[in-house]
Design a protein around this ligand. Structure first.
Ligand SMILES: Cc1cc2nc3c(=O)[nH]c(=O)nc-3n(C[C@H](O)[C@H](O)[C@H](O)COP(=O)(O)OP(=O)(O)OC[C@H]3O[C@@H](n4cnc5c(N)ncnc54)[C@H](O)[C@@H]3O)c2cc1C
Length: 454
């Protein structure tokens, strides 16, 4: 039986980043992954001159750790921030994409919000603070900003991030920073101004809030991390993993590789896989605690990489366009990766990333390739204004059955169960996107924090 310092389970961005940080400190790490590849939800696919992402297209440099990860991998992988020209965010309303306002004049002129709500927003700093800790993002935004802001800003934003429903996600859990603005400063506007005035350290300034990817796509980041960790420390196709306490503060980790049973004895175990994997992984946890731990719904998403070889001058210079649910279209939104990043499409061409499904339409996962392809081709004309009959030159369809965890009210019980397990078993860490945020920035930050605590 092999003796190891730390075993990490799950080789997505969280597990890889955590393993990398621990290896930097010369800790002994084995990273176990059940699939035959690393990267988890990250997968970049090259089709001729097109670069498609099957998972995340972008992240936000929300924490210094994101910048630091790329600094540490310098020479092996480069961060690419989105071009200035792709800053515009579009929202679908009344059969066209409208720009989300970014300044005072555009906020006054925008057709997205009603005049009533535009005037009403002037009173936002004086509106009473909410008292329901479980108030949904939708209810909170409706109360402070107005229904048209929910319909044409909050709803599409939450579709874009969570593929979720703003009236099902408590603000405290799904958008904790927004919730804190109201709780601490009594107002989003006052809170944002006060936050902007807080002096920043040099390290804080690394969190530029810019949109980023890795040059060449996120798989380049995965490759660089894999190389830095060392393949000798990563075991893929590790099936039927189980973790049991050894009774002395350590762990017995068993798995099957090439039909052979393997056992590792470890001082620490970190799990980074989805909540649904935990019952099989941690059979020693009692059923009440486990049901709280694993009670988490993941909204399904179909993502489609779409390539156009010749746009005929119809280049979309924007981050992407989101579709509010009240507009009753089949799509959640379309991102424009080749407008954000270099070399994602042939010269004169474009790549798009279509999103379909989410919490409101989990059934769309079952749509046939033909039907989904038809939706894409129809949208090229109806939404992206290509000539009638124009078809995508390349389409790749990626179905994600368990894509985005929904931080609904069950989150409190899950976090309590995680704390309870930590108190009982200090050398076991339950990490991954079942807590601490779902974005790439959140994942990287959590991995640093976990590595620092072990
Ligand atoms: C379609 C899609 C689009 C997205 N777009 C964005 C975006 O644009 N911006 C953004 O910031 N975020 C986005 N996200 C979210 C972000 O990609 C994820 O939150 C993040 O990649 C999750 O990383 P992770 O390592 O925590 O989990 P995962 O990537 O899910 O990795 C977990 C790993 O654990 C493995 N595993 C599971 N069970 C076991 C087991 N029993 N034994 C061993 N291994 C196991 C899995 O195979 C997987 O490799 C998107 C997600 C999806 C699905």
């Amino acid at each position: 039986m092999k003796e190891q310092d730390i075993v990490i389970i799950g080789a997505g961005i969280t597990g890889l980043t955590c393993a990398f940080q621990l290896r930097r400190k010369n800790r002994g790490v084995t990273l176990l992954e059940c699939k035959d590849r690393v990267g988890g939800q990250i997968k970049t696919i090259k089709v001729d001159d097109f670069t498609f992402e099957s998972g995340p297209n972008t992240g936000v440099v929300k924490y210094p750790e994101v910048a630091e990860l790329f600094e540490q991998l310098s020479g092996h992988c480069e961060m690419e921030t989105a071009l200035e020209s792709s800053k515009r965010r579009l929202i679908w309303k009344n059969d066209q994409f409208c720009e989300l306002p970014s300044g005072l004049m555009s906020a006054i002129r925008t057709p997205l919000f009603t005049w009533y709500d535009k005037f009403r927003i002037l009173g936002e700093p004086w509106r009473a603070k909410g008292e329901d800790p479980n108030e949904s993002v939708g209810a909170l935004a409706e109360r402070r900003l107005g229904k048209s802001y929910v319909d044409y800003a909050v709803d599409p934003f939450l579709s874009g991030v969570y593929a979720g429903d703003p009236y099902r996600l408590p603000a405290r859990l799904a958008l904790p920073r927004l919730y804190a603005l109201e709780q601490q400063y009594n107002s989003f506007i006052r809170g944002s101004i006060a936050k902007a005035r807080i002096p920043k350290t040099e390290r804080d300034r690394k969190a530029t809030k810019k949109v980023f990817s890795a040059k060449g796509g996120f798989s380049m980041l995965v490759n660089a991390l894999t190389e830095a960790i060392g393949m000798e420390n990563i075991i893929t196709s590790a099936k039927d993993i189980t973790v049991s306490p050894d009774g002395k503060g350590g762990w017995d980790v068993c798995y099957v590789k090439n039909d052979e049973q393997v056992q590792i004895h470890a001082m620490h175990v970190v799990t980074t896989c989805g909540a649904y994997a935990l019952p099989q992984l941690l059979p020693f946890v009692d059923s009440t605690c486990m049901s709280e731990l694993s009670n988490l719904y993941y909204a399904p998403i179909v993502q489609m990489g779409v390539g156009i070889r010749d746009c005929g001058g119809n280049q979309w210079q924007a981050f992407g366009g989101l579709v509010p649910s009240c507009e009753k279209k089949n799509l959640l939104g379309i991102l424009f990766p080749s407008a954000c990043f270099q070399e994602r499409a042939p010269k004169n061409g474009a790549t798009f990333s279509f999103f379909i499904g989410g919490i409101r339409h989990p059934d769309y996962l079952m749509k046939s390739d033909e039907e989904l392809t038809g939706w894409v081709n129809d949208s090229l004309y109806e939404m992206l204004r290509y000539p009638l009959g124009k078809k995508a030159d390349e389409i790749r369809i990626f179905r994600h059955e368990k894509a985005i965890p929904q931080y609904e009210v069950t989150t409190d019980a899950r976090l309590r169960a995680i704390d309870q397990l930590k108190r009982q078993y200090p050398t076991l860490t339950i990490a991954g996107n079942l807590r601490d945020g779902i974005g790439m920035g959140d994942r990287i930050k959590q991995a640093y924090d976990v590595a620092a605590q072990i």
